[in-house]
Design a protein around this ligand. Structure first.
Ligand code: GRF
Length: 187
């Protein structure tokens, strides 16, 4: 089976990256992770990528042309698909044009509800009955591209932000790999 050369973009903890690395050890998983891109030199995810011998590009997003540098590295590693896993930077339209329909993102809410940051506190404040996570294609608008998969759970009275975050991340670790399988099974 030909696997899709993939890059995972991160900014922090990297638990989704870790999960995707584990899943891609199985040769029937559609993607093979060739490069991790990270805009935060202190991100924990970097350590895990290195432990698994995956090249890491640490990028300074304050520098002009940083996206060109990323694009060059993606080319070098023959990357055809990108997973945003907690990457905190907006992707420019020029970059998107080069990877049209080939970038997906995971977001910790049931989109279109609660786009953007601080989702868990807003979910609680809004007294939502349920919440969850969404894997979607990335387009020019924030957290707005076509939805691939959503997973949800009902919120208990005693759930606080921390508990909701834990429950959401548990679902994320199932949703991201399932979304990838769904995309490449349908192609
Ligand atoms: C996840 O909750 C994801 O939904 C959001 O950023 C977080 C990244 O978590 N986009 P991790 O770094 O993968 O642990």
């Amino acid at each position: 089976m030909v696997r899709i050369n993939t890059s995972v973009f991160i900014s922090g903890k990297g638990s989704n990256l870790k999960n995707l690395i584990i899943k891609s050890r199985d040769y029937s998983f559609p993607i093979s992770i060739k490069l991790v891109v990270c805009d935060n030199p202190r991100a924990k995810g970097i350590i895990y990528a290195k432990k698994n011998s995956i090249p890491v590009l640490i990028i300074n997003t304050k520098k002009r042309n940083f996206e060109n540098k990323i694009l060059n590295h993606l080319k070098e590693h023959k990357v055809d698909f990108i997973c945003l896993a907690g990457y905190m930077k907006i992707i420019s339209s020029v970059f998107l044009e080069k990877f049209r329909k080939k970038i997906i993102n995971i977001h910790p809410s049931l989109l279109p509800k609660f786009k953007g940051l601080n989702t868990f506190s807003r979910v609680l404040k809004n007294k939502e009955k349920k919440t969850g996570c969404t894997v979607h294609y990335v387009d020019e608008k924030l957290d707005s591209g076509n939805i691939i998969i959503q997973k949800e759970f009902y919120i208990n009275k005693e759930d606080n932000e921390e508990i909701i975050k834990k429950k959401t991340q548990y679902l994320e670790h199932r949703a991201f790999p399932e979304a990838i399988i769904k995309i490449f099974r349908n192609n």
